[in-house]
Design a protein around this ligand. Structure first.
Ligand SMILES: Nc1nc2c(ncn2[C@@H]2O[C@H](COP(=O)(O)OP(=O)(O)OP(=O)(O)O)[C@@H](O)[C@H]2O)c(=O)[nH]1
Ligand SMILES: [Mg+2]
Length: 403
C-alpha cells in the first residue's frame, strides 16, 4: 500500500435534465393540455470520511471525478430521473481546499462525515409549469442548469492525541509497538519508518488515546536533510508531543546534542507547533549499566536544560512505558475536561489550533520545496541518497511507499 497525504483532483457534478414540452394525446380528447415533465436533478459530488481508508493514493491515479447527468423530463408528466451522486471516500483527517480561492471547503474529522464539493444542476421545467389562463397550450420549457465544477486539494493530516518525535533509530516505532497493537516495522537502520503509523493506546479498559509514529528527523531536516520536515504536519493535530531520545546512540553521538537538534528543527518548522506540551523520554535505558544510569540521565537533562516532564524507558523490555501511558492519558483527559468546563480555555485552544493549522499548511509547502531543492543539488553532484519518484517536481502531490 502506498501512503499519500496530498492530492489535487477535479470534481464535476451532473447537469440537470431538461424539461420538455409535450401535450396530452388521448383518444376522444382533442386539445389535451400540456403534460411535459421536469428534468431531474444532476448528481452531486461528495467527499466523505471513512475509517477504512488510510491514504489518498486512489486520487493520485484517477484525478477527475464526475457525477451522473440527470434524465430529461418526458410526456405524461413524467419527471426525469435524478443523476446518481458520486461519493469519494477519504481518510478521517482530510481537509478539502478549493485550489482557486484557497478556501477550506470542509474538514472531515469523523467517520461518515461528508461535505458537498460540487452541487448537481437543477432540473429544467416542463411546459406544464407555464400553463396560464391566457396560454393553455404553452410550448415553453427550460433547460437544466450545469453541474458545478471545481478543482480541489485533499490534504491529510493524521488525527492523534500524541505524536512521537525523535531522531531515526531512537526507538519510536519500538515504543509504539510496546504500548499499542500497532506493528510498524522496526530495524537498526535510520529511516525505517517512512510514513506515519497510528496506534491506539489503552491506558486501562475504558481509557485510550491515539498515538502517531512519524519518520525520524535529523539535523538540517528543515533544509531537506534526511526525509525533511514535511511529515511534521502530521503532529499538528496532536495535543502532546513525546520526544524520544536514545540515551546511547549506536553512532556514538551525544544524546543531549541530538535532542537539541530535534527541538530546533521543530521550531524551524513551526514555532506554534513547538509550543505544544513536550514530554521527554530517555529511551533504551536497558543499555545503560545500573550503577551509572541515573548519573548519565541527569547529565543529559542538565546539558539539555530540561525542566519539563521526563521518563526513563525501554521500548524493548517495556520498562517505564506504562508510566508514560498513564501520564499521557491523565494529561489528555485533563485537557479534554477543561475544554468542556472552561469556555475561555476552549476558545484559547481553538485559536491555537487554527494558527497551528495555518502555519503547518504554509510550512509544509516550504518544507517540500527545500527537500526537492536539496535532492536536485545532490543529483547534480551525483550523491543522491534517496530515490524518490517525486523528485522531479512535476508532481505536486506527496507520496511515499510503505515498505
Ligand atoms: N536496547 C534497546 N534497543 C532498542 C530499544 N528501542 C528500540 N531499539 C532498537 O533500536 C533500533 C531502532 O528502533 P526503531 O523502533 O526502528 O527506531 P525508530 O525511531 O522508529 O527509527 P526510524 O523509523 O528509522 O526513525 C532497532 O534495532 C530496535 O530494536 C530499546 O528500548 N532498547
Ligand atoms: Mg520507526
Amino acid at each position: 500500500m502506498r501512503f499519500v497525504d496530498e492530492a489535487v483532483i477535479t470534481v464535476e457534478a451532473g447537469d440537470g435534465g431538461n424539461g420538455v414540452a409535450s401535450f396530452r394525446r388521448e383518444k376522444f380528447v382533442p386539445f389535451g393540455g400540456p403534460d411535459g415533465g421536469d428534468g431531474g436533478r444532476g448528481g452531486n459530488v461528495f467527499v466523505q470520511a471513512d475509517n477504512d481508508t488510510s491514504t489518498l493514493v486512489d486520487y493520485r491515479y484517477t484525478r477527475k471525478f464526475r457525477a451522473e447527468r440527470a434524465k430529461n423530463g418526458r410526456g405524461a408528466n413524467c419527471s426525469g430521473r435524478g443523476g446518481e451522486d458520486t461519493v469519494l471516500l477519504v481518510p478521517v483527517g482530510t481537509t478539502i481546499v478549493d485550489t482557486e480561492s484557497g478556501d477550506i471547503i470542509g474538514d472531515l474529522v469523523a467517520d461518515g462525515q461528508r461535505v458537498l464539493v460540487a452541487a448537481g444542476g437543477e432540473g429544467g421545467l416542463g411546459n406544464t409549469h407555464f400553463k396560464s389562463s391566457t396560454n393553455r397550450s404553452p410550448r415553453k420549457c427550460t433547460h437544466g442548469t450545469k453541474g458545478e465544477y471545481r478543482e480541489i486539494r485533499l490534504e491529510l493530516k493524521v488525527l492523534a492525541d500524541v505524536g512521537l518525535l525523535g531522531m531515526p533509530n531512537a526507538g519510536k516505532s519500538t515504543f509504539i509497538r510496546a504500548v499499542s497493537a500497532a506493528k510498524p516495522k522496526v530495524a537498526d537502520y535510520p529511516f525505517t519508518t517512512m510514513v506515519p503509523n497510528l496506534g491506539v493506546v489503552d491506558a486501562d479498559s475504558h481509557r485510550s488515546f491515539v498515538m502517531a509514529d512519524i519518520p525520524g528527523l535529523i539535523e538540517g531536516a528543515a533544509e531537506g536533510a534526511g526525509l525533511g520536515i514535511r511529515f511534521l504536519k502530521h503532529l499538528a493535530r496532536t495535543r502532546i508531543l513525546l520526544h524520544i531520545v536514545d540515551v546511547q546512540p549506536i553512532d556514538g553521538s551525544d544524546p543531549a546534542y541530538n535532542a537539541k537538534a530535534i527541538l530546533e528543527e521543530l521550531k524551524k518548522f513551526s514555532p506554534t507547533l513547538s509550543k505544544l506540551p513536550i514530554v521527554l523520554v530517555l529511551n533504551k535505558v536497558d543499555q545503560l549499566a545500573a550503577e551509572t544510569r541515573d548519573e548519565w540521565c541527569d547529565h543529559i537533562l542538565e546539558e539539555l536544560e530540561w525542566n519539563g516532564p521526563v521518563f526513563k524507558t525501554s521500548g524493548l523490555t517495556f520498562e517505564g512505558t506504562k508510566d508514560v501511558v498513564y501520564y499521557l492519558m491523565d494529561q489528555i483527559e485533563e485537557q479534554r475536561e477543561r475544554e468542556v468546563e472552561d469556555p475561555e480555555y476552549a476558545a484559547e485552544m481553538k485559536a491555537f489550533r487554527d494558527q497551528l493549522e495555518a502555519e503547518t499548511r504554509e510550512q509544509t509547502i516550504a518544507a517540500k520545496e527545500a527537500y526537492r531543492e536539496l535532492r536536485r543539488q545532490q543529483r547534480l553532484s551525483g550523491q543522491g541518497e534517496f530515490d524518490d519518484e517525486d523528485d522531479d517536481g512535476e508532481d505536486e502531490a506527496e507520496s511515499y511507499y510503505v515498505r
